[in-house]
Design a protein around this ligand. Structure first.
Ligand code: SF4
Ligand code: MG
Length: 334
């Protein structure tokens, strides 16, 4: 039941709080060892805020985060340091997340400056070389600088840095969206190999649904600070029941041209509304095509009743929609 509300303050001298941005508003997620959970949704849905809560960059307003049963939201300093070792982050943009003035060796070894107790007995340089080797980079290149590497190689450097403290969980926030499509596959394959070798769990945040389908075992769909649908990749991709998920899937290009004309597309109109003042009832109702299909003005229950995330009739996975049902959205594996 993780919640993060940011106060909105106005005024120059005397500030007053005029509202709250409900960035994350009661989210439940479970991540098993060695598993990849995909988290999808448009920008502004709260995905990145959730990531920051999980790595401890932001503190939750309320709710708990447990690692192997231990509530890490209530830990004191030493405990927080230990927790940070267990959950590391891979950032979206390999061009801006690496300091251009630092050598690759210094970048990858940076976590050891904060956690000297994590340096293996053979020493820091040895550890850095091993990490570079682990992610498929030449270990002898540790004195080079980020600009001497390609985008894909830079993301490998970012991954090596994230692995320095031997974490159990990697939070990957759009880790391949800044890369060329041809390079994306290589980085995804690397993440999959590392998962097998090291037993890592990934929270894989992305707006690109085909990438998520490729890597995720389970998928959660987020809208305006809430999870609206979750299930195995097959449940969410082939039997999606939430109109929002169905809209997202409909926007994924179909590679097979014979299917193109047959697909009746859902267009998600407008942007995600402001999380300062989320819509009443179902937060998706102002954009919901199904609600309009039922009633031009939208059924009353959609406007007044907040739908709970639970298994609905005709389905096997939790959905937050009063009128959830499977729709034949053609979606091929890219
Ligand atoms: Fe649409 Fe109503 Fe379902 Fe919300 S509850 S997703 S508005 S049909
Ligand atoms: Mg984001």
């Amino acid at each position: 039941n993780l919640v993060k509300h940011f106060p909105v303050r106005v005024g120059f001298v005397v500030k007053r709080t005029v509202g709250h941005v409900q960035a994350v508003d009661g989210v439940d997620l479970t991540l098993a060892r060695g598993e990849t959970l995909g988290l999808v949704g448009e920008s502004g849905c709260g995905k990145s805020t959730l990531a920051k809560l999980l790595v401890g960059v932001e503190k939750p307003t309320s709710g708990t985060i447990r690692i192997e049963g231990e509530d890490v939201t209530r830990l004191r300093r030493a405990g927080v340091r230990r927790m940070r070792r267990n959950i590391q982050m891979v950032f979206q943009d390999p061009y801006t997340s690496l300091n251009p003035r630092m050598s690759v060796g210094a970048i990858v070894g940076e976590p050891y400056a904060i956690h000297p107790d994590a340096i293996p007995s053979q020493g820091k340089e040895h550890a850095v070389k091993e990490l570079l080797d682990l992610v498929g980079l030449n270990p002898d290149h540790l004195n080079r600088y980020p600009h001497q590497f390609s985008g894909g190689q830079r993301q490998r450097i970012g991954i090596a840095r994230a692995l320095a403290l031997r974490p159990k969980v990697l939070i990957c926030d759009e880790p391949v969206s800044a890369l060329d499509v041809s390079i994306q596959g290589q980085v995804i394959n690397l993440l999959q190999r590392l998962q097998e070798e090291l037993g890592l769990a990934y929270l894989f945040i992305a707006h690109d649904l085909s990438v998520v389908r490729h890597i995720a075992h389970r998928v959660s769909v987020m809208y305006l600070g809430r999870i609206v649908e979750e299930g195995t990749d097959a449940q969410v991709y082939d039997h999606s029941m939430h109109p929002y998920t169905q809209g997202l899937l409909s926007a994924v290009p179909v590679p097979d041209p014979t299917l193109r004309g047959r697909r009746d597309e859902i267009v998600l109109e407008g942007d995600v509304p402001s999380p300062t003042d989320p819509p009443s009832g179902c937060r998706f109702h102002p954009r919901c095509w199904r609600a309009r299909e039922i009633d031009a003005a939208g059924p009353e229950s959609c406007r007044t009743e907040d739908p709970a995330l639970r298994v609905r009739e005709g389905g096997e996975h939790p959905v937050a929609c009063h009128f959830a049902r499977v729709r034949d959205v053609l979606h091929k594996r890219a």
